[in-house]
Design a protein. Structure first.
Length: 176
């Protein structure tokens, strides 16, 4: 059975990106889902000095979970057009453990936001950068206007967006 790591790259307790990532994961059949909470990966802000003092346990734990997985579903919150601080810090720490940050894992990258751009800037940044860090980005999806286009009961409400989502999810599943 394939093991999939799933998380919203935000430490908000009401994260819409966590909701979207979990929704996507819950559509999968016959997989072992490992749903992460970014709050479990809080660490000191990365710096070369701190790195010399040793890598924090949460970064090591994340890398172990990554190593044991077959793929990832990540939905990015966008802060000022980029990653959230908690995700960027985890990325910085985990990437110094070894050069191949993502270990060639298959990735379904998503983003959503309350606004009409749907976190597209951070999604684009991740999709362009992660292949240089050992990521195998096989699917991408942006959900604009989360409150209007998503409900916990119905999922993605807009038919066109739902069709696009399903196509990307199928592409991800086909690679596993």
């Amino acid at each position: 059975m394939k093991k999939i790591l799933v998380f919203g790259a935000s430490n908000s307790e009401t994260s819409i990106n966590r909701q979207l990532a979990n929704y996507a994961a819950d559509q999968l059949k016959d997989v072992d889902l490992v749903k992460l909470d970014m709050n479990d990966f809080e660490m000191p802000i990365y710096s070369p000095k701190r790195n010399k003092e040793g890598i924090p346990e949460p970064a090591k734990k994340f890398k172990e979970l990554l190593r044991a997985s077959d793929g990832l579903i990540i939905s990015f919150a966008e802060h000022n057009g980029s990653y959230t601080a908690i995700f960027k810090n985890l990325l910085d720490w985990a990437s110094v453990i070894e050069k191949d940050m993502w270990l060639g894992k298959y990735m379904f990258l998503m983003a959503t936001s309350p606004g009409p751009r749907g976190g597209i800037a951070v999604l684009k940044a991740a999709a362009e950068r992660f292949p240089f860090m050992g990521g195998n980005v096989v699917a991408q999806f942006s959900l604009p206007s989360f409150g209007q286009n998503f409900s916990s009961e119905e999922g993605i409400k807009d038919e066109t967006l739902n069709t696009a989502f399903k196509k990307q999810l199928e592409q991800f599943v086909a690679t596993l």
